[in-house]
Ligand binder design. Structure first.
Ligand code: ZN
Length: 395
């Protein structure tokens, strides 16, 4: 029932935050803004994107009271949703210089200058660049990715991927890898070859849970009332009927039940998806390859594999947002996880070596907690590898 509860909470929070934010004035206090962003963290979706300024407003407020760390943290959160906001990119770089995080500031300021979209900000960025100590600059020049915007990667989104993920993933790959990101909405649903269901797996556990927690007499009684027998619970359809009745008995509607059930969608064979994308899209000579993004759960096609975050075959990769989104109600965390996986997958498409530097966004985490503790940036080894690749293409 937990996921279902989240659906309700998410809807409720959405209304609340939309209402609260409509009331926002420039004089909002830090407490009010903190409440709003806490709600945004949970509701963060297409609608929430409109209100991304709450993060930036909060960042401003912290800046005024010289709490640069919190000012910076909120700026970065906002930028995860709105990376093309160049004035905010500039402010994030300002904070990075204040906290002497020169490599991040250097990379960010160069991104603003390279994008060259907002002339005033570009001018300010050039000026701010001079605040980085000269001896650091020489060192940093070798520590950032040298742009390769003449080459591209094609991002293909399966139906069902939310717009906010599409734009943020595209923007962050462009910013981090310094290449052109092209996007396409895939018209076909995921190939069902080798598709398997996780629904019954869940049902088995859920029915067991009810059995363990309920008294035998009560269970016998309800089974009878629902026209079920204990042997029905040995079959998938019997288990489903049982759990559906538990649901209705708890006061939920049929619509709730169907929404809940959709959380246990089928699991798709990542290899089938790679083949499907390969069949549909041609890779131009200026394109490194394709990264397909699905909202569905994926696995390797082999029975003993539980699930995958992503899979690559030569220059075509597929990644799934499913588990990044499903197991947290903090959507800002879901986005960060998704972006890190996108960096890992992009690395495969480009053909740079796998990375095992623990702090790197591309390194495979042992747990989601380990993943969440990292920053969504590439390590020096990966940067060096990308630079070598780009340099070899320019020769
Ligand atoms: Zn790395």
């Amino acid at each position: 029932m937990k996921s279902k509860k989240y659906v309700f909470l998410a809807v409720l929070f959405l209304f609340l935050s939309a209402y609260a934010l409509a009331q926002t004035s420039n004089q909002s206090t830090i407490e009010e803004l903190e409440t709003q962003v806490a709600e945004l963290d949970k509701t963060f979706n297409v609608a929430a994107r409109k209100y991304v300024s709450a993060y930036f407003d909060l960042s401003d407020q912290y800046y005024k009271i010289k709490d640069y760390e919190k000012a910076y943290a909120n700026a970065v959160k906002g930028l995860r949703l709105d990376s093309y906001n160049m004035p905010m990119q500039y402010r994030a770089a300002e904070y990075e210089i204040k906290i002497k995080d020169y490599d991040l500031a250097y990379s960010r300021l160069n991104y603003i200058i390279e994008k060259n979209e907002d002339k005033k900000t570009v001018k300010a960025a050039r000026k701010l660049l001079k605040k980085i100590p000269q001896e650091k600059i020489a060192e940093l020049e070798n520590m950032v990715i040298q742009p390769m915007y003449e080459k591209s990667i094609l991002l293909v989104f399966y139906p069902g991927v939310e717009d906010v993920y599409k734009s943020s993933i595209a923007q962050r790959i462009e910013q981090e890898y310094k290449l052109t990101v092209k996007t396409a909405d895939f018209m076909e649903a995921e190939d069902t070859g080798n598709c398997r269901s996780t629904w019954d797996e869940y049902l088995v556990g859920a029915v067991q849970g009810v059995m363990v927690n309920g008294s035998e007499a009560v269970i016998k009684q309800v089974l009878k009332a629902w026209g079920l027998t204990e042997s029905d619970l040995e079959t998938p359809s019997g288990r489903e009927a049982f759990l559906m009745n538990v649901f209705y008995m708890s006061g939920y509607s049929e619509e709730d039940w169907l929404a809940f059930k959709s959380n246990y969608e089928d699991q798709y064979d990542a290899n089938a998806l790679i083949k499907q994308v390969k069949k549909t899209y041609k890779i131009d000579s200026d394109c490194f390859g394709i990264l397909a993004v699905t909202a569905k759960d994926i696995y390797s096609g082999s029975e003993n594999n539980n699930f995958l975050f992503g899979l690559a075959s030569n220059n075509i990769a597929v990644m799934s947002l499913n588990r990044f989104v499903k197991y947290t109600d903090d959507k800002s965390i879901a986005m960060k996880r998704s972006v890190m996986q996108a960096f890992a997958s992009t690395g495969h498409v480009l053909g740079i070596p796998r990375c095992s530097t623990p702090q790197c966004a591309r390194a495979y985490p042992d747990s989601l907690a380990e993943q969440d503790a990292k920053d969504d940036v590439l390590c020096q080894t990966c940067i060096k590898n990308v630079n070598e690749l780009y340099a070899s293409l320019k020769e």
